[in-house]
Design a binder for this molecule. Sequence first.
Ligand code: PHE
Length: 339
Amino acid sequence: MQIKNSAVSMIIDAADEKELEEIKLQFLGKSGKLTLALKEITKVPIERRAAVGSLANDVKKTIEETIKNHESRIMNQESKTRTEKLDITAPGIKPAIGHLHLITQAVEEISEIFRHIGFTRVRYPEVEWDKYAFEDLNFPKNHPARDDWETFFIKQDPDPKKGPMILTPHTSSGQIREMERKNPPIRMLNIAKCYRRQSDVSHSPMFHQFEGLVVDKNISIAHLKGTLDYFVKSYFGEDRRSRIRPYHFQFTEPSFEVDVSCGMCKGHGCKLCKEGWLEMGGSGMVHPNVLRNGGIDPKEFTGFAFGWGVERVLMMKEGIKIDDLRFLYSSNLNFLEQF
Ligand code: PHE
């Protein structure tokens, strides 16, 4: 009995195959404890010999079985640790990490550039009243200029004061909203989605604009031109220049179209730009009627505004890599992973 107990507890404690083998020898080997004990059976008086014999056999069987069970458990464990062995020096597996979408990257970059010169980033509703998108921006009722914006109208009864509801076709709708919310000095950067009924390689029905509005005492065209130059050099590079051309918008007077020197030919003229300049978007000095509609006295304050397309400046920066603006909305990883 003693032999059985000590053998079983030793077997259970055995850590590996080698130790188990030693225990086996110690009990069942040629001169093992149990083997020797069995030899002693002949010395037992004949009447007890059968009982002692069967007891000894039981002990032998138990020891053998315990060894067998424990052996398979140890083998399993060993093969597991062999395959799961951790090599901390092996190079890691790099997880596939994506990046922000191109447009989000551009929005962040543009915000950061204007933040440096004191512009506060805002965002106003995309579903907007006619009042903010047109009426208070000095568009006469039923004036054909409203057609330039190819507006989507929302099916619902017009508000008696604010008119019909629309999807805002430009971020200029934020101008009056900002004036209603804040007294001058104002330095606003409104970046938002805009909607127009259009679709071709350089237009999509939904796009982003960034709109600047500055209202303060003695603001002049020189401030506008300085801000344009600063943006163009910060965003496109030191070697790029900006120019303003006379244009017409209802809400600015005078109004300008802003061009940027072409990055491909450095302003000399090439296939992309024809005459060395790429058109970026509109700008101008805030019309006195617009200031008045926003509750600001145009005799005391003046201002400038500009509104450009995020996708447009992005394409002008990346040049030939984006030859169809609609790729930006395609979720095509082959395209997006290039950037
Ligand atoms: N809102 C005009 C557009 O979408 C751009 C613009 C903004 C022009 C501000 C002048 C001043 O085309």
